[in-house]
Structures are given as C-alpha cells and as structure tokens.
Design a protein around this ligand. Structure first.
Ligand code: GLN
Length: 315
C-alpha cells in the first residue's frame, strides 16, 4: 500500500538517485536552445507525491527548469477543453511517428499535412493554435493560468531567457509551422509567428519537480486535484492525454519505456520528465543530460528502477 511504498521510497530513493545519476555521463544537455546548454549535466532530482500531498523528494530538487515538451500534454488538455475532441483531431492524428520529436520528414503521411500526434512538435504547434483567446498574449495568459492551477496554485512564470533563446534560433520549428500553414492545419486567421510565440512561451514555463509532480497527480486522479477535491479536467480528456503519454510521450523511445517502466510519462528537452502511477502518485523528475532520443538518461533510469522495484507497470 501507499504508506509502505512511501516508507520504502524514503529508505531507498537516495541510493537509487545516486545510482541513476551515473547514467547522466552517457547523455548530453540539449544544445539547440542555446540558453539550455549551461544546465548542470549531472543534476538529478525527483519528487513523488501521493494523493494527500505527501512528498518524497530527493536530489537536486531546488532546480527550476522549463517544461519544454512536457507542456504539450497540458496544451492538448486545454485545447480539448476549449474546442472538444472533434476539432482537435481534425488537426492532429493519434499515431506514434517513429521519428524524432522535431521531425519534418513524415508530416504528410497520416492525412495530407496532418501531424501524427499532438506530442511531436508539428502536432503541438497545431494544438497551440487551437487555444482560445483573442490574441497571443491572452492565449499565453490562459495557458499559464491553467498550468499554474494544476501545479498547485502558485503562479508559474515563463523563463524569458529560455523563451528568447529558442525564439531566436527555432529554424526547424518555424519551417514546420509554415508547412502547417501551407496545408491549412494553421488556418487563414492563424498568424504563424504568433502561434509560434505562444508555443515557445509555454515551452519555457518554469517549475520545480514538486510542481511537476503535482500536475502529474491531477492526471493520476482522472483530472481531479486530490488535494482540493476540485475537478480541473474532464476525465475523458485525461484518458486521451494519458494514452498519448504511453504511446508517444517519450518520443520514439516510448515503446522501450513502456516495456521497462510501463507508466504514462512525458519528457522534455530540458531533461524534465512527468510520470504518474494511476490513482496513486504524481512524479516529477529533472536530469538535464539527454540520450540520443531526447529523454533524460538518468531520469529514465530512475523511473525504470522505481517502477520495476514496486511493480508499477500498467501492463
Ligand atoms: N521547445 C522545444 C522545441 O520545440 C520542445 C521540444 C522538446 O522538449 N522535445 O524544440
């Protein structure tokens, strides 16, 4: 049960973190966003939070990091709440791509111009265009308010330096977005640069492991914040998001992660990973060194260790 697991976590987690930290040496901090390149490569921190808000926190947990691709799960949820399932899935597919997260290669294979899924960059940019609001500032404000609410209420803030750094160098994402525009996935009324601006800003929203764990906890409890009792997201949409996390959340290493850990999870190029154990825990991890597929090497190792020790795999 939860109390016994928390006890074991308190006992073993420090050793597991140190063992996993060694795996950071096999990875590299993302360099394509210049501002991320300075992050300490062998940092590793984790928070596991249960339904009562009790936390086990180990390692470099004071580190603030940007959400990057983890934000895509939550913009998907907000877009579903704003527009409904039909409108969202008119713009993005439901299939893993088998390509890198920023792939431009296979954009046309599902349907003409329709990105494979909402968690690759192409799909996430399309989803961002669906967020309700009168302009980019209001959309960003709605996204930030939604994320902050899920993270426990304290207002989250965009890291301006990371945002500017990405916006100034995002040639690939710009290419993808203009391609989406050509194919009317971004529509006549969507200004490409404005959509990208909202996208870069939500990727640069900064938080801690504990805040990430709290967001995960809401997903672990079908959209209801177990600490406040508030229903924040319809359970059907959480089900959709969790399914994407299993099939696409770790990019084209999602199959391997499903076999080794078997938990819904989403990684980002900052080295963050959000994971959850349904009906039990929200988990936030940070470990900036990434493997070739763009996932935290130490973070993946740590989550696999935990899941295998406790038998958390869903499968
Ligand atoms: N902001 C990043 C990008 O668009 C997010 C990618 C990621 O975290 N994998 O390139």
């Amino acid at each position: 049960d939860v109390q016994e697991e928390l006890k074991q976590l308190r006992e073993h987690l420090p050793a597991w973190v140190e063992a996993s930290r060694l795996h950071a040496a096999k990875g590299k901090v993302a360099g394509y966003i210049p501002e991320l390149a300075g992050t300490p490569a062998n940092a590793l921190g984790i928070t596991v939070m249960d339904a009562s808000g009790e936390c086990v926190t180990v390692g470099d947990c004071d580190l603030n990091f940007t959400m990057q691709s983890i934000s895509k799960v939550f913009t998907l949820l907000l877009a579903l709440m704003d527009r409904g399932e039909e409108a969202v899935f008119a713009k993005v597919g439901m299939e893993p791509s088998g390509d890198d997260f920023n792939s431009i290669l296979k954009l046309e294979l599902v349907e003409p111009g329709i990105p494979f899924n909402p968690l690759i960059n192409a799909g996430a940019i399309a989803v961002t265009s669906l967020i309700a609001g009168s302009g980019p500032a209001e959309k960003t404000k709605r996204i930030t308010a939604f994320f902050s609410r899920l993270a426990g209420g304290r207002p989250l803030v965009c890291n301006e330096a990371v945002y500017r750094s990405e916006a100034a160098t995002a040639y690939r994402n710009r290419s993808i977005a203009y391609f989406l525009k050509e194919n009317n996935v971004l529509e006549a009324h969507d200004d490409v640069e404005e959509v990208l601006d909202v996208y870069f800003r939500h990727c640069a929203i900064e938080l801690t492991c504990a805040q990430l764990a709290r967001m995960a906890l809401v997903l672990a409890h079908a959209g209801r914040d177990p600490l406040t009792g508030e229903a924040l997201i319809p359970s059907r949409y959480v089900q959709i998001a969790k399914t994407f996390m299993v099939t696409c959340g770790m990019y084209n290493a999602s199959g391997e992660f499903a076999i080794r850990a078997g938990l819904p999870a989403k990684s980002g190029v900052s080295g963050g990973i959000l994971a959850l154990v349904p009906n039990r825990y929200g988990i936030g991890v940070i470990g900036p060194a990434l493997n070739r597929k763009g996932n935290s090497t130490a973070g993946v190792h740590l989550l696999e260790t935990l899941s295998q020790h406790f038998g958390w795999s869903l499968f």
